[in-house]
Design a protein around this ligand. Structure first.
Ligand code: SF4
Length: 457
């Protein structure tokens, strides 16, 4: 039996797809195919954070229904499945089942029930032990919580993934150890509100928090780096920032969603912090780690956003000098409180797009300015990819700060840790020369050495 799976949206969806693949491989002996026409089961793992992919879903279902081989099943999973439920089968009768984002552990069960719809957002997937580990090479995702208790006024996630429940620490440690034993060097911890870990478990559990979880996971022998996404600025207390800076296994690149630089808009977004709080957290982080890499998300054109509100966002961009930026024009989503705002509060699309382009241009200028300072810097790169054929030899990987760096003329083995000196930047990425290969132990000690060379300590 062959399985074709299309995954849209965020890392959480990728992880959910990995769970479903593992279940289907182990319990139903499916093998993966990248050709939908060959598949016995076609899964679309959907995203509903923005309006466009949701609109495209029905035309995609129609296309798959036309192409699929006789008897093949189509299943719709993920956030749009939670959001639209049985409406999907009513609108597209070729769909065999609908499985919500909070119900992925039921994949082998719904497969056997014609026209099944499982979208219960109170379902507890948090203590479910999934089938054998994902095969992700040297990097793997690990879900540490499901759902979200926040009520950001633009976000549909609490409606599609339900209230927040943390996965017990011992399950996480066991899964992490299994992954490391299979060759994983870098873990990406996932949660909609990842640093809110430990607030609620569905079974009795000792009191714990995200900072303690990081410390526990970092004790696993053989693990090199831990990343996580997405933390909420509100839960970044000093204890967390100090552990982040101190612990050599925690990668020194962090994504801190800003959403807006205007305190008034942040209040309307129900984010729980203001511009000053955000800048204060960044200042504390940079005082501990001057060379930290910071990424963010920004929504432009939220209802009532004035030119002054937008200028506040531009100001935060200039102060923080983010290394990565995911920026979007506001997209109204059903079941969110902002969806009910009066039409007169909406920012005209043309104005929002023009602001988005100003924001992205400023970010480009910031990156160009920062790129000049990179020349001569030394980074520790975990090699993820290499090539040595047709006259091309190179290796590439990411630094602790999450910068993609390519080493030309050298094939380093995947999973090796290489010290690299940056030699140039072509606007699209950094290039460097091989300095030396490090063992895991050397690499964990070498953090200090690298900070000294870069003049940041
Ligand atoms: S923290 Fe806010 S933006 Fe993030 S998933 Fe929860 S409700 Fe959505």
């Amino acid at each position: 039996m062959k399985l074709f799976i299309q995954t849209l949206g965020c890392a959480m969806n990728e992880r959910d797809s990995a769970h479903m693949i593992a279940e289907l491989q182990e319990k139903k002996q499916y093998t993966l195919t990248d050709n939908a026409k060959d598949a016995d089961l076609i899964l679309i793992n959907t995203c509903s954070v923005r309006e466009k992919p949701e609109k495209k879903l029905f035309s995609e279902i129609g296309q798959f229904a036309k192409e699929k081989k006789p008897g093949a099943k189509i299943g719709i999973c993920g956030c749009t499945a939670s959001h639209l439920g049985e409406e999907i089968i009513k609108k597209a009768p070729s769909v065999d089942f609908v499985l919500g984002a909070r119900n992925v552990s039921k994949i082998t069960e719904v497969l056997e029930r014609p026209k099944a719809v499982e979208v219960d957002i109170d379902y507890d997937d948090s203590t479910y032990v999934f089938a054998s580990s994902q095969d992700m090479g040297i990097k793997a995702h690990l879900n540490i919580s499901i759902g979200c208790d926040k009520k950001c006024s633009y976000c549909i996630v609490p409606f599609t993934r339900g209230k927040e429940i943390s996965i017990p620490t011992d399950l996480l440690v066991n899964e992490a150890k299994k992954l490391v034993a299979n060759g994983v060097k870098e873990l990406l911890l996932l949660g909609q509100n990842v640093n809110h870990y430990g607030v609620r478990f569905s079974t009795p559990h000792k009191k714990t928090n995200f900072t303690e979880l990081l410390a526990t996971l970092s004790e696993i022998d053989g693990l090199y780096r831990i990343r996580f996404t997405s933390p909420h600025p509100l839960h970044m207390d000093d204890g967390f920032l100090e552990e982040f800076a101190r612990n050599p296994k925690i990668a020194k690149g962090i994504h801190i969603p800003l959403q807006s630089g205007s305190s008034q808009i942040l209040k309307m977004m129900k984010r729980g912090y203001d511009k000053q709080w955000y800048l204060d957290r960044i200042a504390k982080l940079k005082s501990l780690l001057p060379n930290v890499g910071i990424g963010t998300d920004i929504i432009v054109g939220f209802p009532t956003e004035s030119e002054q509100d937008f200028e506040d966002t531009m100001e935060v961009l200039s102060i923080v000098e983010f290394d990565t930026l995911y920026s979007f024009v506001y997209s109204p989503r059903p079941h969110t409180s902002a969806y009910n705002y009066d039409k007169s509060m909406l920012v005209p699309q043309e104005m929002a797009k023009e602001r988005l382009s100003r924001l992205q241009n400023l970010h480009k200028q910031i990156l160009q300015k920062k790129a000049q300072k990179e020349i001569g810097s030394i980074y520790e790169v975990l090699i993820e990819n290499h090539r040595d054929d047709e006259g091309q030899t190179w290796s590439e990987g990411r630094s602790s700060q999450n910068k993609l760096i390519k080493i030309l003329g050298r094939k380093c083995s995947i999973g090796s840790i290489i010290q690299v000196k940056v030699t140039h930047n072509d606007g699209g990425g950094l290039y460097g020369e091989f300095v030396r290969e490090l063992s895991l132990e050397q690499a964990l000690q070498a953090n200090v050495y690298i900070k000294c060379i870069n003049g940041s300590d």
